[in-house]
Write a protein that binds this ligand. Structure first.
Ligand SMILES: Cc1cc2nc3c(=O)[nH]c(=O)nc-3n(C[C@H](O)[C@H](O)[C@H](O)COP(=O)(O)O)c2cc1C
Length: 218
């Protein structure tokens, strides 16, 4: 490793060490528009299966909406105190339109004839469209989790705090955000902002399984 690579590695791991699932946000601090744009770009650049990005990410700042959401999120204060709340919502169902619109995007982005992509399109359709509805929803939600993971890491690299959350009533959150009519359902919620100085959780040692337990080199 040269010194630049070494520094990048150290910075990255330090950022991951620095981040924690923030329990108490400073309700007076807001993320700048530039940082918000960077976080959105990190989500946008996330990998997804076949590149299909079968989710929508709601970025919520509205105070009243967040009050309502907090009740549906086990009354967790991060929902109202963070600067913004990102809701990762996966597609509950999809048909060939999802794949066709992606192929169109590939064609225009890379300046390729649509015809040249038809084999790939057929392959994706054969793999995805026959899945049962519940599996489609679960597949979409898996893709959304990857994007949420990127948000956590990107935020940490900017010293912005986050808290990934599964502690919510899915049906209630979906109803408050009218996700049903958009064909979406909530996968994961991530409040984003700045830690409150008084949040003791920031001083807790990280609890992680040992590398020997976690990795199997074969
Ligand atoms: C999918 C997922 C759901 C979680 N749900 C909640 C939650 O609802 N509320 C909360 O305070 N923390 C939640 N957490 C945070 C975890 O408890 C935390 O990430 C874990 O204990 C590791 O600690 P660290 O992230 O502070 O390093 C969740 C984390 C993940 C990845």
């Amino acid at each position: 490793m040269n010194s630049t690579t070494e520094k990048m590695t150290t910075d990255y791991l330090e950022a991951l060490q620095w981040r924690y699932a923030t329990k108490k946000f400073d309700a007076d601090k807001r993320i700048s528009e530039a940082d918000l744009a960077t976080l959105q770009q990190a989500i946008r650049l996330s990998a997804s299966s076949y590149g299909l990005q079968p989710y929508t990410v709601l970025v919520i700042s509205n105070t009243e909406l967040r009050e309502k959401l907090r009740h549906a999120c086990w009354n967790q204060p991060q929902i109202t105190d963070a600067s913004h709340v990102f809701v990762f919502a996966g597609k509950k169902d999809f048909d060939q339109d999802l794949i066709d619109s992606y192929l169109n995007l590939v064609s225009t982005t890379r300046n390729l004839p649509l015809d040249s992509l038809s084999g790939y399109g057929d392959f994706m359709k054969s793999k995805l469209l026959e899945l049962p509805r519940a599996s489609k929803a679960s597949w979409s939600s898996h893709q959304a989790y990857l994007a949420a993971g990127n948000l956590l890491s990107a935020a940490a690299s900017l010293q912005i705090d986050t808290c990934p959350m599964e502690g919510f009533e899915k049906e209630a959150v979906d109803a408050i955000l009218n996700l049903g009519e958009k064909g979406l359902t909530t996968a994961l919620i991530v409040p984003v902002g700045y830690r409150d100085e008084s949040d003791q959780t920031q001083f807790y040692k990280k609890v992680r399984r040992t590398p020997e337990e976690l990795f199997l080199h074969i």
